[in-house]
Design a protein around this ligand. Sequence first.
Ligand SMILES: NC(=O)c1ccc[n+]([C@@H]2O[C@H](COP(=O)([O-])OP(=O)(O)OC[C@H]3O[C@@H](n4cnc5c(N)ncnc54)[C@H](O)[C@@H]3O)[C@@H](O)[C@H]2O)c1
Length: 444
Amino acid sequence: MNVTVFGTGYVGLVQGAILADVGHHVMCVDVDADKIERLKQGIIPIYEPGLEPLVKENYAAGRLDFTTDAAEGVKHGDIQFIAVGTPPDEDGSADLKYVLVVAETIAQHMERHRIVVDKSTVPVGTADKVRIRMQEVLASRGREDLTFDVVSNPEFLKEGSAVADCQKPDRIIIGTESEDSVDAMRELYTPFNRNHDKVMVMDVRSAELTKYAANCMLATKISFMNEIANLAERLGADVEMVRQGIGSDPRIGYHFIYPGVGYGGSCFPKDVQALIRTAGDIDFDAKVLKAVEARNAEQKTTLFQKVRAHFGDELAGKTFAVWGLAFKPNTDDMREAPSRVLMEALWEAGAKVQAYDPEAMEEAQRLYGTRDELTLCGTKETALRGADALVIVTEWQSFRAPDFELIKQQLSEPTIFDGRNMFDPRRMAKKGFTYYSVGRNANR
Ligand SMILES: NC(=O)c1ccc[n+]([C@@H]2O[C@H](COP(=O)([O-])OP(=O)(O)OC[C@H]3O[C@@H](n4cnc5c(N)ncnc54)[C@H](O)[C@@H]3O)[C@@H](O)[C@H]2O)c1
């Protein structure tokens, strides 16, 4: 099938690549000319395991193409995906301007029936807005004869395993009232729907809400566990024991109950905020979601609070090694990352940071490259040199078995603040470290 994808970010590029890989002809459109040029040269703008070969091979095979020419994109695809960003507006609601610009663009250039698919995460009612905007543009062209359908098909991929998630989706949600569109979407996704039927057809509004409900549920699990961790810390319990104790209950499960330094990334924070805002618009007080957000905001300060509790207010002139900048492992994404809250608080207190991340160094350079208080280091070991303590923010696999003797040698005092509970506190004490983690430090 001929498919066009507007937006070549984490969602659009991965979606485009996996659809091309099964034989569809995919045209990816982006307004970022530099990105499109780099993609044509095989330079992938984001880090996502498995993505680079997929893009290169399918581009070389002629099944995947990139353009900034929206008219060419609209002409190409019977199915037009909207996969552009929906960042938070000033009031926390999802900003739909990019989505609606794409809707206008499609209506501006279409000459035949088009299925317009909202892949971006958009509030309930957005498909109606897209439809109305397209109808207005078609009317202004005097082309009310042209038909289209707007389908909601939210994306559930996780950054860090986006390719695998798209190739083996848990479910494929299709929100539309049109049987023809359901048929077309089923055909499109046939290669990913082989083992058992993963397609769930529903009305558009339910599809739109499903995406928010999923992300908000996961954010709730994380914030709930962080709350229990804070309690454990104060009550003399060990949250890791509690985690295993409750995770063994199949009604709860082990996923997403790791205590830590709060959720970040481009999705959970903005989606929780947006659903609170959607609820507010209809005078509904989303009490649980507000609590989730408040817990998370506080949790992001937990590492800094522990650092300050240890060193007192004398942080000016101190240097901290920071391991992990991305909001989670296997991505270079630093949007809303807890590392940013930590580093900014350290800088505010007059401290310096020597940071290392396996993938997010370029992004850190882009965000903070001009700051003298930050040294970006080529390895995790060089980040330690002469630092007063080590702070671990992201649980990268390569941090799990470090050379503890070297850490001791390099730090001016053997102190580790671990935001991800990567090590056993008893063993760390035996090794001679002052070791702080989350929800397990009752005896300190
Ligand atoms: N990143 C994730 O893990 C994830 C997962 C599921 C859903 N989502 C949702 O998918 C959507 C996209 O997220 P993302 O992380 O891929 O965003 P992103 O910011 O990485 O990429 C968006 C892209 O859209 C391009 N763009 C903007 N306006 C355009 C236009 N008019 N025409 C063509 N391209 C345009 C931008 O230049 C950018 O390259 C969001 O709504 C997000 O909430 C994201």
